[in-house]
Design a protein around this ligand. Structure first.
Ligand code: PA5
Length: 419
């Protein structure tokens, strides 16, 4: 389960003020719980079972099992919402049970692309080109070089057997699959990339990596039930959405997501994209940034404690130990004997508690605690933040599901490339 608490020595938002603001936002919550007709083309994720029900999961597992039997590696071709959810879970939880996952389609750097191709040498692999709109330059260009690499290694029939595309029905990607005999699986037409964790987009790469996708979906489903049942004052997602907007109105322009567990390194990317692309529009939005502690305390820590008061901080906190490692005495005089017999879990916790105490003198600190880092809790986190982002966007007065600003640079880029 997830728990939300606030630590703020200046008490900038009291519990009563939060409850009052949540009550005022109740109509937004009720509309979101019911689903809104004006967002019908973007809300396929609201009901987790729509794209991650049992029948879909069986299909995903069947394809994943076939890949695991014949491949050492699996190339996830995708950018932004087409790769972030899968990558955040795989990089956090993969323990050698499935294929190695190699990422492509997220860069135009020849250096990175050549390194990616070199990493495939001597391995048997399959590729999954994940693209909702198969016009995006990064996945489209990577898919082409990977098709060419596969043509050098495999017969045309074998290469086709090893090629999967996750695209929308009726798209040019589906047409390509039909012509070339690739496996085609659906990218939900009613789900945007950054909301697509509970679909083929997020779940197939996770399953190939050996992640327990049923536990992840269960986590999402249970969080959905909780958020769709709870009323405004006690609704975890609404409380978070309201709180961040109250801080924003007090002048905090940025939210920093922080965690003392490096397993969340890639989740930070997912979270940053979710909020930046959903909220940053019409001249509005809370700018999302992330920091991996304790390392970043030696980089941005000075600014946070002493610099301009730009941000509030949201900590992801894990309640139960992720691992143990006890420091043993070694008889050398290094002046670290005060650590003798201590577990790194407790040392890391002490750093967490100390940081929250120090930072909360300067800025509001929100703590989102989960019981463990596992597939179930990733499912909870995905649904919680997706729903909270939707509510927060509504409070801000923007459409949380489109991304018109992303098109501006593409116009100039495609012109330069002669598209
Ligand atoms: O969340 C989004 O909608 C975007 O980040 C997309 O996922 C990203 O731009 C990739 O788009 P596509 O899957 O169409 O290549």
């Amino acid at each position: 389960m997830l728990h939300l608490s606030i630590q703020d020595q200046a008490n900038r938002v009291t519990e009563e003020a939060l409850r009052q603001a949540a009550r005022a936002a109740a109509p937004i919550l009720q509309k979101a719980q019911a689903g809104e007709a004006r967002y019908a083309d973007s809300q396929g994720w609201l009901n987790v079972d729509q794209w991650a029900g049992d029948a879909w999961l069986s299909q995903i597992e069947e394809i994943a099992d076939r890949i695991k039997k014949t491949c050492d590696a699996f190339v996830l071709i995708g950018v932004g919402g087409s790769n972030n959810a899968a990558r955040s879970v795989i990089e956090a939880l993969q323990d050698g049970g499935g294929c190695e996952i190699i990422y492509a389609g997220n860069t135009l750097s020849p250096h990175a692309l050549n390194a990616m191709l070199r990493s495939l040498k001597g391995k048997d692999y399959a590729v999954d080109c994940i693209a909702k709109n198969f016009e995006t330059l990064e996945p489209g260009s990577s898919f082409r070089i990977l098709r060419q690499a596969m043509a050098e290694r495999y017969s045309p029939e074998e290469a086709a057997r090893r090629t999967i595309c996750t695209g929308t029905y009726g798209s040019s990607l589906e047409a390509l699959c039909k012509r070339e005999g690739y496996t085609f699986v659906p990218f939900p037409t009613d789900v945007g990339g950054r909301y697509s964790a509970f679909s083929f987009v997020g779940l197939l790469p996770m399953a190939v990596a050996g992640i327990d996708i049923r536990a992840l979906v269960r986590g999402g489903r249970e969080m959905a039930l909780q958020l769709h049942r709870a009323d405004a004052e006690d609704n975890l997602a609404l409380r978070y959405a309201v709180l961040r907007n109250l801080y924003h109105r007090q002048g905090y322009a940025l939210e920093m997501l922080a965690c003392f567990e490096p397993q969340f390194r890639w989740f930070f990317k997912w979270w940053t994209q979710l909020f930046a692309e959903s909220e940053g529009k019409d001249g509005k939005g809370i700018f999302p940034v992330a920091a991996e502690y304790s390392e970043e305390l030696h980089a941005v820590g000075q600014y946070l404690q002493d610099g301009a008061p730009l941000m509030f901080e949201t900590f992801l906190d894990v309640a139960s130990p992720t691992d143990h490692l006890v420091i043993q005495p070694d008889g050398k005089q290094d002046f670290f004997d005060y650590l003798n017999g201590k577990d790194f879990w407790d040392i890391n916790r002490a750093a967490f508690d100390a940081t929250v105490t120090a930072h909360s003198q300067k800025m509001p600190c929100v703590i989102l605690q989960m019981d463990a880092v596992d597939a179930y809790h990733f499912g909870q986190l995905f649904y919680f933040f997706q729903f909270a982002c939707y509510l927060s966007g509504e409070i801000l007065g923007i459409n949380p599901f489109d991304q018109p600003g992303v098109e501006a640079y593409k116009k100039w880029m495609f012109q330069a490339l002669g598209k």
